[in-house]
Design a binder for this molecule. Structure first.
Ligand code: GAP
Length: 513
């Protein structure tokens, strides 16, 4: 199965089992907008808890807030979003399709990497065991030629984006002979800037309408509350403010399922530090955040950092945590050193002093900020794409299983009476009532036990508890583990503590401290 096929299957699986639906589906959906179903919302909430608690419980100098989505329009002038939150777009005159110019070039660059990989695969076949990939990549003429061209285009694109040089961006597209995937033609328009913010009107038109924006990032709600939180919480620098909430962007290229949406959710933390100490904190937060991802156990090789060459208007250093999705390594999280840009600009635009008096140095200053910013939906996609497996069993059957880390799984335990008689249902229901105070539990009595296990595997339930006739005799039940399919008996009295141990967030948190 190719990665593309796997991704298609995953999308279908998400719909079939109630994780994710296209928005307004009965009206044929709304482009790049999705709804979370009954299991999707549980997974999403667990991811949010993992992030929120790791920030606010494991760090005694980080607190949370929940700011409004609507903010004063001046916020977005001060932050630079009105003037600079743009994507360069280009249209193909034949297909009338619209693209992001930088994405077209990035895709061309990715194709060069694929070409290099193909050359390596061919050589590996030719040379057999003696093949040394590192040496081959450094010495083979064809590979060196492709790599040099790729690096040159990468450099030109970074320069053009930094200089806002739209003519040069178009020239790169022409020089690379990039064609429209729909029409196959190179009949391109000029490149122009497109602002990504959604706007709407606040107040009735008669009263004089005011344009307000749907926030394109949650971070600004934290910046404008910096003094409120610092003063009321008596916070001392360095300290952080965390927030989870919706953000909106009118993305030109919205695709790859929930990877790039027009309405999505962010988990952002702004960490306020002394000027001059931001690089040290930026490096620390890079490591802290990478550990948070790796603790999920999908494999360290699934992640990498990608340091930015083109920096956003507010940053002096930035990196992405990239995850190896079925469509390649892509950003899930950004870690940005945002300098004093935001607080400085809000001070300037509001006319209010936004400074911190540092009792240790006796100085007042505008703090510097290191931000960690992760998309909830991209985390959901990360977990689902790492978890989705189709396994061949010894008996020749295949099973689809979601190996979601137990603390994040939507349903923690399924309680299954072996048969619908002899009082087994009543015992099973008693167990459900015991476990449901602490966990999301499902009761299922329909179909054969094998079919019920498969249903739970497909939604990622880490444990099934089966009540059988022996339960009536000795008070024990069978626990079946999703990933290994191993089964063992435990006493009902121990069940609560065994389950709590296996599905609790604590096991993740212990890896972080
Ligand atoms: N406050 C900084 C900021 O917003 P960003 O790199 O633009 O930085 C941060 O966004 C994260 O938000 C990304 O790493 C990604 O996970 C998520 N994100 C951004 N745009 C998104 C979109 N259109 N759909 C889903 N997630 C998105």
């Amino acid at each position: 199965m190719t990665q593309e096929e796997l991704f298609k299957k995953l999308i279908a699986h998400c719909k079939e089992y109630g994780f994710i639906f296209p928005s307004s589906e009965i009206y044929d959906g709304l482009s790049a907008v999705y709804d979370y179903g009954q299991l999707g919302v549980e997974l999403k909430n667990n991811i949010k808890t993992y992030w929120w608690d790791s920030m606010t419980k494991l760090h005694d100098n980080i607190v949370g807030i929940d700011a409004a989505i609507f903010m004063h329009p001046k916020v977005w002038e001060a932050s630079g979003h009105v003037g600079a939150f743009n994507d360069p777009l280009i249209d193909n005159k034949d297909s009338k399709k619209r693209y992001r110019a930088d994405v077209l070039i990035e895709e061309w660059i990715a194709k060069q990497d694929e070409k290099i990989e193909k050359e390596c695969a061919k050589a590996a076949k030719r040379f057999g065991e003696s093949f040394n990939k590192e040496m081959f990549v450094q010495t083979n003429g064809r590979v060196l030629e492709i790599a040099a061209r790729r690096d040159e285009v990468n450099r030109r694109m970074a320069e053009a984006l930094n200089a806002n040089d739209l003519v040069e961006l178009r020239q790169i597209i022409l020089d690379c002979e990039i064609v429209c995937p729909i029409s196959g033609s190179r009949n391109w328009t000029e490149v122009r800037q497109f602002n990504l913010m959604f706007s709407t009107q606040m107040g009735s038109v008669a009263e004089g309408a005011n344009t307000v924006y749907l926030r394109p990032e949650t971070a600004q709600g934290i910046f404008v509350n910096f003094l409120n939180v610092q003063k009321t919480g008596r916070m001392k620098i360095p300290f952080g403010i965390a927030q989870i909430g919706k953000a909106f962007r009118n993305e030109i290229v919205a695709r790859q399922f929930i990877f790039r949406m027009r309405e999505f959710e962010q988990m952002e933390m702004q960490f306020f530090v002394r000027p001059g100490e931001e690089m040290e904190w930026w490096k620390r937060w890079k490591e802290t955040r990478m550990s948070w991802h790796r603790a999920l156990g999908f494999g360290d090789d699934k992640y990498r950092f990608h340091d930015h060459e083109k920096l956003a208007h507010y940053a002096n250093a930035a990196t992405d945590v990239e995850f190896n999705f079925p469509f390649g390594f892509k950003e899930v999280e950004g870690i940005h050193s945002r300098t004093d840009f935001d607080l400085g600009r809000h001070q300037q635009f509001s006319g209010k002093k936004i400074q911190y008096f540092d009792p240790e140095t006796g100085e007042s200053y505008v703090p510097y900020v290191v931000e960690t910013s992760i998309g909830v939906d991209r985390m959901v996609l990360q977990v689902l794409s790492a978890a989705y497996k189709e396994e061949q069993l010894e008996n020749g059957e295949t099973r689809t299983v979601l190996s979601i880390p137990a603390p994040l799984a939507p349903v923690k335990v399924a309680v299954l009476p072996l048969v619908k008689k002899d009082g087994l249902q009543e015992i099973a229901m008693d167990l459900v009532h015991k476990l449901k105070f602490d966990h999301n539990v499902q009761y299922d009595e329909k179909d054969s036990i094998g079919k019920r296990y498969r249903r739970q595997d497909a939604i990622g339930t880490p444990f099934c508890v089966t009540v059988d006739h022996q339960t009536k005799e000795d008070g024990t039940v069978t626990i079946r583990e999703r990933d290994t399919m191993k089964q063992w008996r435990v006493s009902i009295d121990e069940l609560e503590s065994i389950v709590a141990d296996k599905v609790g967030m604590r096991q993740l948190f212990e890896k972080l401290v």
